[in-house]
Design a protein around this ligand. Structure first.
Ligand SMILES: [Zn+2]
Length: 654
């Protein structure tokens, strides 16, 4: 049987097949600042170039359709090839001889029956994990499930199991059933290591992920024990039978009721799906390690039958909602708001049927099930709010509507959202609501909405079948901000990710998520701090210096590894945000000595200064509002002194 291509040969191909020349055969690239090139995207229709290539990093990214990756993913996507096929294609083209792990020659395409074999391997694996859950060694897994209130009925219904902590428990079992090395790796159940394949999932609770037909195509797995080196959640990688953009956990059990009740509930985790079903919300599903995207929409839409009622998107006084309902639950944080806005942007006709349910205490359905029982889960879901209302409220929630300036900003922010509501009756209802929240005349709000509509005359550019053409404005998740304040946030984050060493000493640690005004910037900042901030980069650097010596090589290596850590475990949309920043061109001549450091220090310092000012003026406003002598006044005063001290200390440094 043909085996896997040796790691070092893959690296050799990557080295030889320079991204700029591979891409350059298909796209005319022009220089776009030092270290960067751009051209027209081959994956969507466009007139102005938004397809960027960074030869130094070996990466490409399109800011129009948000596709991106390395030289192999470019060829995969362009020619519809698997990873291995892309490596073989480029190896042939650039004269690299490939060696395979067990010394065999190149392999052919998918043999017939391969899919069947992979499904069979998953069936065997599921039985194996399920049986292991009942063994004496799986005590911790059983306690995990019992601790969340799941008994035998739920465990059996969802086929939950557990994986042993050894390295080869499953693969020995699969081999004994006649599965080949290639099938072990190809199924994603095993990982190719230096000394042969080993079990991908070790010491975890295992949830089989099934397709619409009920066949297991992959697994979601949660870590047991507290090994900090192993990710808390781990899913099957992309395989011929598992595409995370197309799977929904629980869909096999929920599909009948989704069609019957014309309702689907989307939660965030495997235990949330179990808790919701156990509470009687049998139309509940979850995405697996990625955000709810367009392909998920299509699956759900097919099940709902997509018969749209003109009155969809409102909750009637008796609690019913006409038309199909898509209900998203979020645990109430910023990520939830961002996700809701994205759902809104993604597909306007879907948006009219979409509702958001957020628990005021930030609890997810599983928390509610454990702490307050099934009624609490059902209550969360019935407390849903139409997506339009949720988005409008969350936009306004970020503004101070107590002054005229804030209200005008609010009007400006709401106008394009209102303009996006296609149904006229629904739109005028929301115009009236927004007018109420802003304390304005409905006529004022309506005229703002009308001019927003004129600015974007072709709101709906969908094809007849409801899909978007490749160049649709409906899919621009990483729009580049244009106002100076958001731009400097963006550049400060971009330079931090691209040149962390040059940022050290500028006061990056003094920033907090609230220092950023754009939600996606906050998200990226959280990713950086959650990974240990610049300290973790410096750790990488000292490791790299031990390996390759002090100098620019070790810095490059550390930057690359640190960047990989930042991307680890992020969902698709967060990944896209971070990648977009990696590829952002900095307005500085990267070739000039010291230019980057000067730029990095300058932009981060100006952000810190701006933020200290923001904190001070917030506190001053709070002082004006509160009674002198009150506890609130005292607290604000103490904090203001502290911020002032920081400002002085910081300007001494700058
Ligand atoms: Zn594109």
């Amino acid at each position: 049987m043909p085996g896997r291509i040796k790691r070092e040969d893959i690296d050799a191909v990557r080295e030889r097949a320079r991204i700029e020349s591979v891409v350059g055969e298909h796209v005319t690239l022009k220089g776009a600042g030092a270290g960067s090139m751009k051209g027209l995207c081959p994956f969507h229709d466009e007139r102005t170039p938004s397809f960027h290539v960074r030869p130094g990093l070996g990466l490409w990214h399109c800011f129009g359709c948000d596709e991106g990756g390395d030289v192999f993913s470019f060829i995969q996507k362009l020619n519809h090839l698997s990873f291995v096929e892309a490596v073989e294609y480029l190896a042939g083209k650039y004269g690299v001889t490939l060696r395979y792990e067990d010394g065999e020659g190149p392999r052919r395409g998918n043999e017939p029956g391969k899919r069947q074999r992979l499904l069979e391997a998953h069936r065997v694996a599921q039985d194996f994990y399920r049986a292991y859950l009942d063994s004496p060694d799986a005590k911790e897994a059983r306690e995990f499930l019992q601790g969340r209130g799941f008994g035998k009925a739920e465990v059996d219904r969802f086929g939950v199991g557990a994986s042993p902590s050894g390295w080869d428990g499953l693969i020995r079992h699969l081999r004994s059933k006649g599965f080949t090395e290639e099938e072990l790796i190809g199924s994603g159940l095993a990982v190719q290591g230096n000394r042969g394949p080993y079990d991908r999932f070790r010491n975890r609770v295992m949830w089989p992920i099934r397709d619409l037909t009920g066949a297991t195509v992959g697994f979601g797995a949660r870590r047991l024990g507290d090994d900090p080196n192993s990710p808390k959640y781990l899913n099957t990688p992309e395989t011929p039978i598992y595409k995370k953009s197309q799977v929904l956990y629980g869909i096999d059990l929920a599909k009948k009721d989704i069609a019957k009740q014309r309702k689907v509930v989307i939660v965030e985790g495997y235990t949330d799906v179990m808790a919701a079903h156990a509470s009687g919300e049998t139309t509940t599903v979850a995405t697996c390690g990625t955000a709810f995207g367009r392909e998920h929409t299509q699956i759900v839409r097919r099940l709902l039958g997509d018969v749209q009622s003109p009155a969809a998107g409102v909750v009637l006084s008796d609690g019913r909602a006409p038309g199909g309902q898509v209900i998203f639950t979020f645990d109430g944080d910023e990520a939830g708001k961002a996700a809701a806005r994205r759902a809104y942007v993604q597909d306007q006709s879907f948006a009219a049927q979409t509702f958001v349910a957020v628990d005021p205490d930030g609890k997810d359905p599983c928390d509610l099930w454990v702490e307050r029982g099934p009624e609490a889960v059902r209550h969360l879901i019935s407390s849903r709010v139409p997506l339009f209302e949720f988005v409008l409220r969350s936009v306004l929630g970020e503004l101070d509507l107590s002054n005229a300036e804030g209200r005008v900003q609010g009007l400006r922010a709401c106008a394009p959202i209102l303009a996006g509501i296609k149904d006229r009756a629904l739109r005028s209802e929301y115009i009236r609501q927004v007018a109420g929240w802003l304390g304005m005349e409905p006529r004022e709000v309506e005229s703002a909405q009308q001019s927003a509509s004129r600015e974007r005359p072709s709101q709906d550019t969908r094809n007849a079948d409801g899909t978007y053409p490749a160049s649709s404005p409906g899919r621009r998740p990483s729009q580049v901000p244009t106002d100076p304040a958001s731009l400097s946030e963006r550049y400060a984050l971009a330079v931090t990710i691209q040149h962390p060493l040059d940022v050290v000493g500028a006061g990056f640690e003094m920033l907090e998520a609230d220092s950023f005004s754009v939600p996606t910037h906050r998200l990226v900042f959280d990713v950086i701090t959650a990974n240990g901030g610049l300290d973790s980069f410096l750790d990488e650097l000292s490791k790299a210096e031990k390996e390759v010596g002090v100098g620019s090589n070790s810095v490059d290596l550390a930057v690359r590894r640190w960047g990989e850590h930042l991307l680890d475990g992020l969902d698709r949309s967060a990944r896209d945000q971070v990648t977009a920043l990696v590829l952002t061109d900095l307005p500085v001549n990267e070739g000039e000595a010291g230019a980057i450091r000067d730029y990095a220090q300058g932009i981060v310092r100006s952000l810190v200064r701006r933020d200290l000012l923001r904190q001070a003026s917030n506190l001053q406003a709070q002082l004006r509002r509160s009674e002198p002598e009150s506890e609130e006044y005292k607290q604000a005063f103490i904090q203001l002194i502290d911020v002032d001290r920081k400002r002085r200390a910081y300007s001494d440094l700058s």
